[in-house]
Design a protein around this ligand. Structure first.
Ligand code: ADP
Ligand code: MG
Length: 148
């Protein structure tokens, strides 16, 4: 497990961008942390690191936003806020997205904790408002590559 403290959205964005630059096809980022923790801020940094245009918004009113750009790995950005049962997950088509061909980013991973891909990198963001954020990153063996 690796822990970081960020003192501003810009610091969170920078940490995320550095990680985004190292993500590989098939990676899955699973966010834990409540409303306003900084999940979408982190996701924008990941997207910038991946070279994707700055289009990332919170997908709260849609289940998934897709980001595609020439020469970039595609990103599938899910918001599981309203997905609170295994049945709800099935009806979303979550499993039909091409996990091996793209990168999954999952907000509200708490809600599908038992269904997360085995290789998920778990990012927990604690703190809200103007407080510093305590960001912990846990995952599998590729984590060392990811965060040096
Ligand atoms: P979530 O997607 O988790 O609901 P957002 O990324 O949409 O959260 O919002 C996070 C809010 O917290 C933003 O308004 C951002 O400016 C603010 N914020 C303050 N400090 C930080 C920090 N250190 N890291 C990330 N966001 C921060
Ligand atoms: Mg969000």
């Amino acid at each position: 497990m690796h822990s970081y403290i960020t003192h501003s959205p810009a610091e969170t964005h920078a940490l995320a961008k550095a990680i985004g630059q190292r993500l590989k096809k098939g990676s899955c980022i699973a966010f834990f942390g409540g409303l306003g923790a900084g999940k979408t801020t982190f996701t924008r940094g990941l997207a910038e690191g991946l070279g994707l245009p700055d289009l990332v918004s919170s997908p709260t009113f849609t289940l998934v936003n897709e980001y595609h750009a020439p020469g970039c790995i595609s990103v599938y950005h899910f918001d599981m806020y309203r997905v609170t049962t295994p049945e709800a997950l099935e009806t979303t088509g979550f499993r039909d997205y091409p996990a091996k061909e793209g990168i999954f980013i999952i907000e509200w991973a708490e809600n599908i904790a038992d269904e997360l891909p085995e290789n998920a990198i778990r990012i927990t963001i604690a703190g809200n408002g103007d407080q510093p954020r305590n960001i912990t990153i846990e995952g599998n063996d590729s984590l060392a590559d990811l965060i040096g």
